[in-house]
Ligand binder design. Sequence first.
Ligand code: SAM
Length: 185
Amino acid sequence: MLSYRHAFHAGNHADVLKHFVQMQLLQYLAQKDKPFWVIDTHAGAGCYELLSGYAAKNAEYESGIARLWDAQGLPPALAEYVALVKRLNPEGGLKLYPGSPLVSQMLLREQDRLRLFELHPSDYEILTENFIAHDKQVMVQKSDGFAALKALLPPPPRRALVLIDPPYDRETGLQTRGRCLAGRA
Ligand SMILES: C[S@@+](CC[C@H](N)C(=O)[O-])C[C@H]1O[C@@H](n2cnc3c(N)ncnc32)[C@H](O)[C@@H]1O
């Protein structure tokens, strides 16, 4: 399981669909003032460089987020998601892609909390670097997200978005895929 590195797949069509739905759910939860927690059991590295390292190897992002980058006439909700990714790329070109932890962090309000779990040592290290400035709101733990989830439910505000996103492949459903390196913000 720990040979999988999400950087290989960063920004591909599946990431785009997942993070678009994640954004919709976060916006729905934020309609009420009451705080909520986001529990991300399989966080990955948090943010990915697309033009170098493992993400550039197969360039899966080219058939994902890159196809939306300059698209005109997108439905408003999808245009909002692309705008979120563009906030991470203020120079205009597509270089960085936000993983699920960063999508959450960009949409959380002060009263909300983010709990991140990642087992891979390298991705965990990058994840902690990406979130070092947000330590009050965000907790990052190098532990099994499935076990951690049991201990966290229900969270104190009794409102939560739980994202369970383990590695998988076509053959087994639960996967060990090739090695790759996650990018950093
Ligand atoms: C599909 S990737 C996560 C992608 C991330 N959710 C995103 O959307 O940006 C799955 C991650 O789960 C990690 N992982 C595998 N088993 C785990 C476990 N039991 N607990 C926590 N993380 C695990 C892998 O190292 C990998 O980084």
